[in-house]
Design a protein around this ligand. Structure first.
Ligand code: PMT
Length: 271
């Protein structure tokens, strides 16, 4: 049975699509509805985990019992995830995170009258006729990538604590068995990523798994209407760090969530 197999575990799930402001009334976003991420959070709760759901705006009601953190931009999500993983066993990065943001969001609503052809467009007669607005975008940090460094640092700190001389209280204490009761140990954060590609899904997925040194990578098939962004069902491939690959049938997102936690639980065994 799966009941309670996440009891005592702290898990962090991200959901939804981050939004990057263009001006006070407009943003760059994507088609994530939050359904897959909310299903992952609900399933972890049902199995007894303590769940923090970090979500970009969605139309959904957060599952009862989750610690719900609402964010909007990628930078806000990075900050919330950073704080949350400090004490977590698992991070499931299901959010569709904007890779770019407007370099300088306008402080006031951009008016049509402000449109003017820029240097590049001036050379293009047609673009000039149509009036262009050029948005300059800058790269956002990669949240999973940032955490590669973070979890390595955590592991180093824990390892250093373990090899450091025992504190005075322990050396002179009356209980000689005490040091073996609570050994300091590196707490490894299990990291699960998602991939949504429109083409060459499998080769990109393998690259991402390796690049972001993930424990699992779940690749959605976004070429079919019953899978990926917005749908109630999903068809996924699960890539394991050891090279294993599973193809799952189209299932409701709740069942896909259960299948994913089924793969995560065994990885927690030694934590
Ligand atoms: O919300 P739904 O409508 O239910 O749809 C679910 C989903 C299709 C959005 C979801 O299952 C999904 O696939 N989410 C990831 C979408 C994506 O486009 O991922 P990516 O290929 O851009 O990124 C790969 C991984 O790196 C993801 O785990 C992502 O969260 C993470 N990432 C990406 C960019 C970035 N700057 N930081 C990140 O951590």
């Amino acid at each position: 049975g799966r009941t309670g197999d996440l009891a005592g575990r702290r898990v962090v799930v991200t959901a939804g699509g981050t939004r990057e402001p263009v001006d006070p009334v407009r943003f760059l976003g994507n088609r994530s509805s939050g359904k897959m991420g909310f299903a992952l959070a609900a399933e972890a709760l049902a199995r007894g985990a303590q769940v923090r759901l970090i979500s970009a705006p969605t139309a959904l009601t957060p599952p009862y019992g989750a610690e719900f953190v609402e964010v909007e931009t990628t930078l806000q999500m990075l900050e919330a995830v950073r704080q949350a993983v400090a004490t977590a066993d698992v991070l499931v990065m299901n959010a569709a995170v904007a890779d770019f943001r407007p370099a300088a969001p306008a402080p006031r609503k951009i008016k049509k009258e402000e449109l003017r052809a820029d240097e590049g467009a001036r050379a293009d007669a047609q673009a000039e006729a149509e009036e262009v607005l050029t948005l300059r975008l800058v790269r956002n940090p990669d949240i999973l990538q940032e955490l590669t460094h973070l979890s390595a640092a955590q592991t180093d700190t824990a390892a250093a604590a373990r090899s450091a001389p025992a504190p005075l209280a322990e050396v002179s204490g009356s209980s000689p068995s005490r040091s073996s009761e609570t050994p300091a140990r590196p707490r490894r954060l299990i990291r699960v990523g998602f991939a949504a590609e429109t083409h060459d899904v499998l080769s990109y997925a393998r690259q991402k798994l390796a690049q972001k040194s993930l424990d699992l990578l779940v690749a959605n098939d976004v070429t079919r209407p019953d899978s990926g962004f917005g749908s109630d069902t999903n068809k996924v491939y699960i890539f394991h760090a050891d090279g294993g690959l599973e193809e799952l049938p189209v299932m409701p997102k709740e069942e896909v969530a259960a299948a994913i936690w089924d793969r995560i639980v065994p990885l927690l065994g030694t934590n």
